[in-house]
Design a binder for this molecule. Structure first.
Ligand SMILES: Cc1ncc(COP(=O)(O)O)c(C=O)c1O
Length: 493
């Protein structure tokens, strides 16, 4: 601890900050903080120094982000760093910048209009036009009687709210989730998560979030095979799930909550018949079905909602990223009429200060209208999807270090990196924050050198560019990835 405060004191001196030791008597004003905060721009060296002193990393250790590019500009599908390097945004950041990095004028104007008329009010006390309009438009974009809306600020928060609503509506506690799904970084959403990140709740006294039961993914896993055909996999996974429901007790289970297409886990479709089977089991046992569309909603998979690939209607849908194309911190929980009616006379029991922020709602509303007016879904279906699919397959055919199990749906692809000497995945996704083999680190730096800014969570290498990418830009991007793969492949020879 002594070492830590000594380092802090050293860095304060190095940065020319005034020491702030008398907390009770300190009333900061302009004169008491460093004049640099009134300088128009900071040079790269200063940005890097300040960042290593003060900026913490999400998920991984801070050391992981030292040396990351400092981005200063975005335009279309491209990003520019402080050194003037230009990158293709190969995964739309965290699969959220669905319209890329040029905000349409309609969105900009709506944002400015809202900022100059009513920049904020607390939506617990009042209603606003952007919130009402957004709810109304969304009710036309969801099927059946999915008609009631809440607007939290992140995907995790949307899932927290969905879990709360499901529990309060049913009066039951347990939520069934799949192992390889991700549902968020907050307490319950992380406990609902099945991938390696859930372990961050352990060793810290646990999350305190109880009542989460895991089921196997119907896609199976490298260690657990549900069968060779989709029909077999569905049947076995559904039998497994039904047995779990009976053993846990249907009267204790509020909801089954799943990603209809597993996103961050590696673009996995559920086998044909599985989601329909889950819907049927939910109906049979009086359990709600929650679809987490946080990452894939609003067109990523070529349909507005990924559950449309299976023709089912969930009871609750959560989504976030594409709702505003990441230009505002806004997410969505949508519930069926019966649930909305229930909460007309019962407290929802969920709230947050910034929910349905008027500026965020205005941005989301115009973002959705842009997607509709410019037929972004049609572009994904007709132009983007075929290229992603064929290029992923081409890379798999060319490189022994790429698995032939490529997956692609809409503007969403994933290839798995192998160790070609063994034919096995180069490292284990379950321990993805462990250190990676040199070849993977080299692959990542070669991607950057070739102007690709993307998400590599080995062995998964994701392809999820902004939905507005052209076919020429896509082919250019794949050619750059190919150069990085050539180096990766050669490292095993
Ligand atoms: C399927 C899914 N659910 C929930 C989340 C959490 O969203 P957020 O990071 O906005 O809290 C994510 C984030 O990637 C996600 O992919």
């Amino acid at each position: 601890m002594l070492g830590t405060s000594a380092t802090a004191a050293r860095s304060l001196r190095a940065l020319g900050c005034r020491s702030f030791s008398n907390t009770a008597g300190h009333y900061p004003n302009k004169a008491s903080v460093n004049a640099k905060h009134w300088e128009k721009s900071w040079g790269k060296d200063q940005l890097v120094a300040e960042s290593s002193e003060h900026v913490m990393a999400t998920w991984g250790p801070g050391a992981n982000i030292r040396g990351n590019p400092v981005l200063v500009k975005g335009e279309g599908i491209y990003l520019y760093d402080v050194d003037g390097n230009k990158y293709i945004d190969w995964t739309s950041q965290a699969v959220c910048s669905n319209l890329g990095h040029t905000m349409p004028d309609t969105v900009k104007n709506a944002m400015m209009h809202q900022a100059s008329t009513l920049p904020f009010v607390y939506n617990g006390f009042c209603l606003t036009e952007p919130r009402i309009r957004l709810s109304s438009l969304l009710s036309e974009l969801l099927p059946g009687d999915l008609t009631g809306f809440l607007f939290p600020t992140s995907g995790s928060e949307a899932n927290e709210a969905a879990i709360r609503l499901a529990r309060r509506f049913t009066g039951k506690t347990k939520i069934i989730n799949q192992y390889r799904c991700y549902h968020g970084g907050t307490s319950s959403s992380l406990q609902a998560t099945g991938d390696f990140r859930r372990n961050f709740n352990e060793g810290t006294g646990g999350s305190g979030a109880v009542g989460f039961v895991k089921t196997m993914n119907a896609t199976g896993s490298p260690l657990f095979d549900f069968g060779a055909t989709e029909a077999e996999r569905s049947a076995k996974a559904l039998a497994f799930l039904e047995e779990q429901i009976i053993c846990e007790g249907p009267k204790t289970i509020a909801a089954v909550m799943m990603e209809p297409i597993v996103g961050g886990g590696g673009t996995y479709m559920n086998p044909a018949g599985y989601m329909e089977g889950v819907r049927a089991l939910c109906d049979k046992y009086g359990i709600l079905m929650i679809c987490d569309e946080v990452l894939v909603g609003f067109g990523r998979t070529g349909k507005l909602w990924s559950f449309q690939h299976y023709g089912i209607h969930p009871d609750i849908v959560t989504s976030a990223k594409g709702l505003s194309s990441a230009w505002a911190s806004i997410s969505m929980v949508c519930v069926r009429q019966e649930i909305k009616d229930f909460f007309e006379t019962n407290a929802s029991g969920w709230g947050s200060t910034f929910m349905a922020h008027p500026i965020s709602c205005a941005i989301a509303y115009e973002n959705l209208k842009y997607i509709l007016e410019h037929d972004v879904l049609g572009h994904v279906r007709d132009n983007v999807a075929p290229v992603i699919k064929s290029e992923c397959e081409r890379l798999a055919a060319k490189f022994p270090s790429v698995s032939n199990q490529t997956r692609a749906v809409g503007a969403f692809g994933c290839v798995d990196l192998l160790d070609p000497r063994t034919g096995k995945e180069v490292c284990d996704f379950v321990g993805s924050f462990n250190s990676h083999p040199d070849a993977v680190n080299t692959f990542k730096s070669k991607l950057r050198e070739n102007g690709i800014f993307g998400l590599v969570r080995p062995p998964r290498f994701h392809v999820a560019p902004p939905l507005i990418i052209t076919t020429d830009e896509l082919k250019d991007g794949f050619a750059r990835c190919e150069k990085a793969l050539e180096v990766y492949d050669s490292m095993f020879k």
